[in-house]
Design a protein. Structure first.
Length: 435
């Protein structure tokens, strides 16, 4: 985790202090269930909650113990016993380390999901506001980076809204899938702990019991979770790349906000670079990179090994912290994005009506010209615009083969921009619902 790309609330989920507090709660809830089942004294469970709950766990002390024991959970339990006293002998009855580690990891991922969902909500709100602001702002659509046909800038943003709405739905599903608990003991058979303990701990912590946990929670759940984060990151990059292209000097239809006092280059004072969206492109690459090791973690030896453990110590914090930062940054970019309708109009008309070529093609076919001949007629006039800067309508009106099929009035009607935007309301209703 790099502080430059981290926000405090997400970072706190992954702090050592938070982790040890969750470990304690898992153990204490298990003791409550064990006490109800008569396995341990109820007074012991009460003492564990009172003394452990009031404790401030000393991370340095736990690290000190671990240097001797070479085992993090044992180090924590040893430190916990220093607070709890004799009743500590009832802690961790019938449990194994993975019961604590895996349940804690899933709790952290669930909490991280809640922050990420809030991030997505903020981004969706910004996209919706700007989409409606520019619903009727006509701009050129591009395919292969080349002028295609007119669209609106609002439709571009509505597309992004729909994409991130799908991302949100995927994250909700991934959150639900990861929200499981395992308190099943060595190799997951419940031989030394009653399944009702797991049910109690799960309910207390807002989780579901893992149906079959071996000695670890199956890692296909985690693979799906981190893959979902990777898809969200890819959507971030798609929108960031769109903005970067629109900010190019030759295009300049939209631009990241450039704050007073901001500097674009150490050498060239005139520069206003798309640094935020370039940064988002890089962060998206990092988040996606965590999906592969998560998938490789699925294949563990028999009922358990720890080849996944070191991986998850990295990817749990880094993926969620980075994505949290990236979503917040993208929201800021969209919220303050500078949009230039006049430039959009200038670019749209740069090739003097060429964007209406398909309408002319279709009109010729409707007038009885074969598609092959219609394409040839339209293309030969379009190439004059590309190569010589001619006016498309003027060239068409001068082409006797074209005017033999279409009148001047027919041709002029085909150059109406409103034709291309007549279904924008339909698109918006599909994305945002009826007003």
């Amino acid at each position: 985790m790099i502080p430059r790309y981290a926000r405090p609330q997400m970072v706190s989920i992954w702090s050592q202090e938070t982790k040890f507090r969750i470990w304690f709660e898992i153990e204490a809830h298990a003791c409550d269930a064990l006490a109800e089942l008569g396995v341990i004294p109820k007074d012991a469970a009460k003492t564990i909650w009172e003394k452990g709950g009031a404790a401030t766990f000393d991370v340095e002390r736990i690290d000190e113990i671990e240097r001797e024991t070479k085992h993090d959970v044992i180090a924590f339990l040893t430190h916990l016993a220093e607070f709890v006293g004799p009743a500590s002998r009832f802690i961790h009855q019938g449990m194994t380390s993975s019961d604590v580690l895996d349940t804690c990891f899933n709790i952290q991922l669930v909490r991280a999901s809640d922050l990420l969902l809030a991030d997505l909500d903020a981004l969706l709100a910004a996209l919706k506001r700007r989409a409606f602001e520019h619903k009727d702002t006509v701009t050129i659509g591009r395919s292969h980076g080349i002028h295609a046909e007119p669209t609106t800038f609002g439709v571009k943003l509505a597309l992004a809204y729909a994409e991130f709405d799908r991302c949100r739905n995927r994250l909700v599903a991934a959150r639900e899938e990861i929200a499981t608990c395992a308190i099943s003991g060595a190799v997951g058979t419940f031989a030394n702990i009653d399944p009702r303990v797991e049910e109690h701990v799960a309910a207390a912590l807002g989780l579901k019991p893992e149906p079959v946990s071996t000695q670890v929670i199956p890692r296909d759940r985690h693979a799906m979770y981190f893959a979902t984060l990777g898809v969200i990151a890819s959507s971030i990059e798609r929108l960031a790349t769109e903005i970067r292209h629109l900010q190019r000097t030759e295009v300049l239809e939209a631009e990241e906000y450039f704050s007073p006092g901001q500097k674009g280059s150490s050498a060239m004072p005139h520069k206003r670079n798309p640094v935020l969206t370039e940064n988002l492109t890089g962060l998206a690459r990092m988040v996606r990179s965590f999906a592969i090791p998560a998938m490789e973690n699925v294949a563990l030896w028999h009922e358990r090994d720890i080849s996944h453990s070191s991986v998850e110590r990295y990817i749990g914090p880094d993926a969620t912290i980075t994505l949290d930062f990236a979503l917040a940054r993208l929201t800021g970019v969209i919220d303050k994005l500078l949009v230039y309708p006049e430039r959009m109009d200038k670019n749209l008309n740069q090739f003097k009506g060429l964007v209406h070529s398909q309408r002319v093609l279709l009109a010729l076919t409707q007038a009885g010209v074969s598609r092959e001949d219609a394409y040839r007629l339209v293309q030969r006039n379009a190439m004059k615009v590309w190569e010589h800067g001619a006016d498309f309508l003027t060239e068409l009106l001068a082409d006797k083969d074209v005017t033999a099929a279409l009148t001047e009035a027919d041709l002029r009607e085909k150059f109406d921009l409103g034709y291309h935007t007549k279904h924008v309301d339909t698109i918006f209703n599909r994305v945002f619902g009826a007003a």
